[in-house]
Design a protein around this ligand. Structure first.
Ligand SMILES: [Ca+2]
Ligand SMILES: [Ca+2]
Ligand SMILES: [Ca+2]
Length: 431
C-alpha cells in the first residue's frame, strides 16, 4: 500500500548514474529513480508515529506488522509540537517520502532533532544523530543524481520537548533552508490506517499474549505447510467439512480479479504440501470474506450478499450460485462482510464501515444500517438481511461428499432468513 523505501531500488535504466562522493559524511552511493518508476505522488511526506509508552535511549526497531497511532501527510519536515506529532512523549516516528533532485551534485543536509534521529537517502545513512539529546543539529552530505530519491527519517522522543527539522543546501545555494514541499512527495491516495494502543520495539518486551503478530509458533503446536508448489491463495475465510476437507475462500480484491473457493484434501494429521490436493469449486465471487458449511452446502458472504454454492451435475464444481440474502451495500471499496457464522437457522456476520481514500470514515455511510446499536446498553442491534428467492428447496446439489452419504432434506430456504449485527467496525483493513 505504501511505498517501502527500505527495499533496494530498481533503476529504470541500467546506465543510470551511480555517483561516488567523498564529501562530509563520507562515501555515499546514490542511485536515482526515474519518474516512471514511482507510483503517483502528492506533495509532502508521510509521518507515522508509534506510541511505545516506554523510555528509549536510542532509535528502536519496531516489531513488524504494527499499525501506527498516527499516519498523516505533512507538507514539510519541521515539527516541534505535540500537535505536530500527535503524541507528547515516549514515541517513535517514521518519516517517508521521495525527494526530487533537479540538479545533480552534492547536497548538504542538516537534521535537527530531539531526541535521536537518523536520515537515510536511498537506504544509505547520511546523518546519524541518534541518542538522548535536546534539540541539536547534525550535518551530512550526499551526491545525488537528478530524479527521485527515497527519503527516510527514523526518530524517537523520550520526554519533554520533541523535534524533527530537515534542512538542505542544494548545489549552488549559500544557506540551509527547510527542504521545501515542492521537492518532497509521497504516494498519492493511500489509505492511512491507524490503530490506538501501545506499540512495541524489538527486544524491549516480548511476552506470550502480547497481541502482536506471530513470528513463530508456540512449542505446543506443530506448523504444517498446506500449500502445494504454485498454490498461493490470498485466503480470506476458512471452514472445515465433516470429512476433514478444508474449504477456503480467496479475496480476489479488485474489479478484475474475483474471489474463488477451493476444497483442500489431505490437510489433517501427518501431511505435507506434496499430499495436499486443491480443487477449485467456485469462482467469480466479489471479495468473499466468510465461508460456512451448513447441512451439506457451502455458503459464502460476498460484499453485498450471502450465496449458496450448488453443484447440480455432480462434477464437484459449483454451477448454481443461489443468492440467499443481501444487505445494505453502498459500493464502497472498504465494505466487507466478515466472519460468517451459523447457528440454529441463522447466519451471522459483521459489516465494515465504508471509508474514504485517505482513511476518514465516509459520512454519511453510503449503506445505512437498519437499526443503530443501542448506546444505553451497548448491545448491537440486529438488522434484517433481505432474503432473496425464498422458495422452498431441497438439499440437492450441495458440496459433493468425499464418500457417499445421503443428502439431508431441509424444509425450506426461507428458514434461513438471516440477520446481521449492525455494528460496523473500521479499525482495521486488509488492504
Ligand atoms: Ca515530548
Ligand atoms: Ca525529548
Ligand atoms: Ca457442477
Amino acid at each position: 500500500m505504501h511505498l517501502s523505501i527500505d527495499k533496494p531500488f530498481r533503476r529504470a535504466l541500467p546506465a543510470a548514474l551511480v555517483v561516488l562522493a567523498t564529501v562530509g559524511a563520507g562515501l555515499v552511493i546514490a542511485p536515482a529513480r526515474a519518474h516512471a518508476d514511482v507510483p503517483p505522488q502528492e506533495p509532502g511526506v508521510t509521518l507515522r508515529v508509534f506510541d511505545v509508552q516506554v523510555g528509549l535511549n536510542e532509535i528502536c526497531t519496531l516489531k513488524p506488522g504494527q499499525t501506527p497511532n498516527v499516519d498523516k501527510l505533512m507538507p514539510t519536515i519541521d515539527w516541534t509540537t505535540t500537535e505536530d506529532f500527535g503524541i507528547g512523549d515516549y514515541f517513535v516516528s517514521e518519516v517517508t517520502g521521495n525527494i526530487s533532485v533537479a540538479t545533480a551534485g552534492t547536497h548538504d543536509f542538516r537534521l535537527t532533532s530531539d531526541d535521536g534521529s537518523r536520515l537515510r537517502i536511498d537506504g544509505t545513512v547520511v546523518i546519524d544523530h541518534d541518542g538522548l539529546h535536546s534539540p541539536t543539529s547534525k550535518d551530512g552530505s550526499v551526491a545525488l543524481t537528478e530524479g527521485y530519491h527515497a527519503l527516510r527519517i527514523d526518530h524517537f522522543d523520550n520526554q519533554v520537548d520533541q523535534q524533527i527539522t530537515l534542512e538542505w543546501r542544494p548545489p549552488g545555494a549559500s544557506d540551509f533552508v527547510v527542504v521545501p514541499s515542492s521537492v518532497l512527495s509521497t504516494d498519492a491516495g493511500v489509505v492511512r490506517v491507524t490503530a490506538p494502543g501501545r506499540k512495541e520495539c524489538e527486544g524491549v518486551t516480548d511476552t506470550p499474549g502480547d497481541g502482536l503478530p506471530l513470528t513463530g509458533v508456540h512449542p505446543n503446536y506443530t506448523l504444517t505447510n498446506l500449500r502445494p508448489d504454485g498454490f498461493e491463495p490470498q485466503v480470506s475465510a476458512m471452514d472445515w467439512l465433516p470429512d476433514g476437507r478444508l474449504a477456503i475462500a480467496t479475496w480476489g480484491g479488485t474489479d478484475n480479479e474475483l474471489g474463488e473457493v477451493y476444497l483442500l484434501s489431505n490437510v489433517t494429521g501427518s501431511t505435507d504440501p506434496s499430499q495436499v490436493l486443491a480443487q477449485r469449486i467456485a469462482s467469480g465471487l466479489k471479495e468473499p470474506m466468510g465461508i460456512k458449511y451448513v447441512d451439506g452446502k457451502l455458503y459464502v458472504s460476498e460484499k453485498n450478499g450471502l450465496v449458496e454454492l450448488n453443484d447440480t451435475n455432480g462434477d464437484g464444481v459449483t454451477d448454481d450460485y443461489r443468492t440467499i440474502a443481501t444487505w445494505p451495500f453502498g459500493g464502497n471499496f472498504h465494505e466487507f462482510a466478515f466472519g460468517l457464522l451459523y447457528r440454529d437457522g441463522f447466519f451471522y456476520l459483521n459489516l465494515s464501515v465504508a471509508i474514504d481514500y485517505g482513511g476518514a470514515t465516509t459520512d454519511p455511510q453510503p449503506a445505512p444500517t437498519a437499526a443503530p446499536p443501542s448506546k444505553s446498553t451497548g448491545t448491537p442491534a440486529r438488522c434484517p438481511m433481505w432474503p432473496v428467492g425464498c422458495a422452498p428447496r431441497t438439499a440437492s446439489g450441495g458440496v459433493p461428499a468425499a464418500t457417499s452419504s445421503s443428502p439431508t432434506t431441509r424444509a425450506a430456504g426461507c428458514r434461513r432468513r438471516s440477520w446481521c449485527t449492525s455494528s460496523r467496525t473500521g479499525s482495521s483493513t486488509t488492504t
